[in-house]
Design a protein around this ligand. Sequence first.
Ligand SMILES: [Zn+2]
Length: 115
Amino acid sequence: MFRKKDFKIKIGPFNYEVKFVDKIPNDGDKPINGGSIQSLLAIRIRDKSPSEFQDFVIVHEIIHAMLINSGLAYRMSKKDILTTEDVASALDIHLYTLLKDHKVDFTKTTKGIKK
Ligand SMILES: [Zn+2]
């Protein structure tokens, strides 16, 4: 679904850099598999995970980026009903399965994405 090396993907108006790394920023005692950092327009994915799971984590982090860029993340933190993690965790498996089952290939969509 995604490249297994660093690449860029357009999320809303922004070109995010997806990098495969040994350690995720803000990784604490409990290892995490990915992270979305809006201020850097960056997504980081643990490079040791199986590639199918990496694709799933990339979809999860894309949802986080969408929630932040849409302003929903800010509103959700004010209302304290659902967290962005609740929403990303609810939607990630559905979106991942949809994209996988329909063989969406992000490695071939580079139009409008800065190298
Ligand atoms: Zn998350």
